[in-house]
Design a protein around this ligand. Structure first.
Ligand SMILES: [Zn+2]
Ligand SMILES: [Zn+2]
Length: 242
């Protein structure tokens, strides 16, 4: 399985991540990737980036940096009521919007609460991808949500960082990936790197994807053609020519 882009990485704009945007691109190029996405946390997290970061990142994306195509993005927070933590005027300038649950701003009451808020978020046109859905703390009705992803044009992320950082993710991710296969929902494989040396490492994620027998042609970052088509589809941009 060949993954050519790492589209969920953090930079030291947040204090809990340690590399610069340029270091992430250099590391991506060095490990043989064609594209790197910069997706810092939304402003609701104490350590998230401000709207200034996302405004500037979206408007000043040079297209290519240190040999890789640069994807400007964000990892938004899904809030307690299913809303998100950045306004559309900033999101519309970005290439990629990943939305995730984080304990610091979302306190799951039970499985129904998480499921209800995902049903709210899934209708939000600004969200492209759901990040690290396999988190044990945020369990939901997998079949209910995955079966609706294509209707609302949502991609499911398989997050390599989860297998180290979020216990239970291996079992949950396998179940989620099998449902993605059943409903032909595209997935995206990312490192969620918080330091440049983690960029391009997807080994644990790939092992689970292979175990599920998920088809490579549905992975949006498994070839440059697929990635190019994906961004044309969601944002009307040609990432190779801008
Ligand atoms: Zn996250
Ligand atoms: Zn992240």
């Amino acid at each position: 399985m060949n993954i050519i882009a790492d589209l969920h990485t953090h930079t030291n704009i947040s204090e809990h991540a340690f590399s610069t945007l340029e270091e992430n691109c250099i590391a991506g190029n060095k490990i043989g990737l064609d594209a790197v996405g910069i997706t810092n946390h939304g402003p609701a997290l104490e350590d998230g980036a401000s709207h200034w970061h996302f405004k500037s990142l979206g408007k000043n994306n040079p297209g290519k940096m240190h040999g890789v195509y640069l994807i400007s993005g964000i990892e938004l927070n899904i809030m307690q009521d299913g809303s998100i933590d950045l306004e559309e005027e900033y999101l519309s300038n970005l290439d990629l919007v990943i939305a995730s649950f984080h304990q610091e701003v979302f306190y799951p009451k039970d499985k129904n609460h998480v499921n209800d808020m995902l049903n709210e978020a899934i209708t939000n046109k600004n969200i492209n991808v759901f990040g690290h859905l396999g988190n044990e703390i945020f369990k939901f009705d997998y079949e209910d949500i995955i079966s609706k992803c294509n209707k609302y044009d949502k991609v499911v992320e398989v997050n390599n960082h989860s297998f180290v950082q979020r216990p239970g993710s291996d079992v949950n991710c396998l179940e989620i990936i099998k449902l993605c296969k059943k409903y032909e929902v595209p997935i995206m494989v990312n490192s969620d790197a918080h330091i440049s040396s983690s960029i391009g490492h997807f080994e644990d994620a790939i092992a689970v994807i292979e175990k599920a027998g998920y088809p490579e042609e549905l992975i949006v970052n498994s070839s440059m053609d697929r990635l190019q088509d994906y961004f044309k589809h969601i944002k009307g941009i040609d990432i190779l020519n801008r």
